[in-house]
Design a protein around this ligand. Structure first.
Ligand code: UD1
Length: 313
């Protein structure tokens, strides 16, 4: 079975990806600098003989190289990043270092170690605000944040380096990912993480706008399974793919599901729409389905039920 290095392993998507890899029988080395990740996210896999954890920063080339050389991965899943769009607006230098220079370093590491495959966490933020729906991979890349720009630049870095040095580079443009362990702390955290936190605490949620806005919400286990399956494929794959369900939900749909799990919860409070907010966003997963056989397994009702179950545990 494969040996996979996962950067950002202690993060939201990273920790689920580690679990998916272990379920599939892989040997996993997880690295994380714990800037936004938490060791507690790795509690479930901590005792697995298939898993080791190393605290390291992707920009600390020497340390990362020595970890990777002793582990000898066949594939790298690169999820370490500055993950907040808002933080990238406030600190574009840090965004550049983590989300562009970091990609360059991981690309060079892949060359040095002759890995077979890189899996990279890109984002639907590469498209920016588009009224051309559903979003397909060819839709214009009009990023409206340093974050989206860096993700798109990194796709070019990974695919160009992959062709130069002979590894596969799969860049996954995640849509709105949700699920257990997503951090609800900032007002710019994913809406579902914020809603979950508030319903659990018996507090009312705030809806910006009329709640009719749509997003293509995808459950984190679908994201993780796809990362793991791609990292473990025998034949390298290169390309950029939407990772989405193709089924948009409105915020009112989401609230309805929460209310069915939390009867008697306070009613939502409506406020003016946020400036710059996108009204509708959803993608089509046709290309990833063709290339990798991916299909989201979790409907929004099932994903939210899992998330809410994890809150009540
Ligand atoms: C994503 C980014 C956001 C960025 C935007 C534009 C994340 C988590 N968010 O937002 O930082 O500015 O792309 O590229 O990566 N909402 C509420 N109540 C809340 C929180 C949010 O009604 O408490 C609304 C928002 O106004 C929005 C919708 O929920 O209409 C979804 O919000 P969010 O989860 O932040 O996703 P994006 O809008 O896609």
């Amino acid at each position: 079975m494969g040996r996979v290095l996962v950067t950002g392993a202690a993060g939201f998507i990273g920790s689920h990806t580690v679990e998916a890899l272990i379920r599939k029988g892989a040997e996993v080395c997880g690295v994380d600098n714990l800037r936004t990740g938490h060791l507690s996210n790795l509690e479930e896999v901590g005792s697995s003989p298939q898993f080791r954890f190393e605290e390291a920063d992707i920009l600390d080339g020497g340390k990362l190289e020595s970890i990777a050389k002793s582990f000898r991965p066949d594939a790298i899943v690169h999820l370490a990043a500055l993950v907040s769009v808002q933080e990238s607006m406030d600190d574009p230098d840090l965004n550049f270092r983590l989300n562009v220079e970091g990609s360059h370093r991981i690309g060079v590491l892949a060359k040095e170690l002759s890995v077979r495959q890189i899996v990279f966490a890109s984002s639907a933020a590469t498209y920016g605000d588009t009224s051309d729906l559903p979003v397909v991979e060819e839709t214009a890349k009009n990023s409206i944040s340093p974050y989206g720009a860096a993700k798109y630049a990194s796709e070019a870095i990974f695919q160009g380096y992959g062709r130069s040095y002979g590894f596969g580079a799969c860049c996954f443009r995640y849509f709105n990912v949700y699920g257990p362990r997503q951090d609800p702390k900032s007002p710019y955290s994913g809406v579902i993480s914020i809603f979950a936190d508030r319903y659990r605490a018996g507090q009312s949620v705030t809806v910006f706008g009329d709640g009719g806005q749509t997003r293509d919400f995808i459950f984190v286990e679908d994201i993780a399974d796809n990362n793991a399956a791609t990292a473990l494929k025998e034949t390298p794959v290169t390309g950029s793919f939407n990772v989405c369900t193709g089924r948009p939900s409105t915020l009112l749909d989401i609230i309805r599901v929460f209310e069915s799990h939390f009867p008697g919860a306070p009613r939502p409070v409506f406020q003016a729409a946020r400036t710059g907010d996108i009204v509708h966003s959803y993608g089509t997963p046709a290309q990833i389905q063709m290339a990798l056989g991916f299909e989201a397994r979790f409907s929004i009702e099932e994903g939210l039920a899992r998330l809410i179950g994890s809150l009540k545990e």
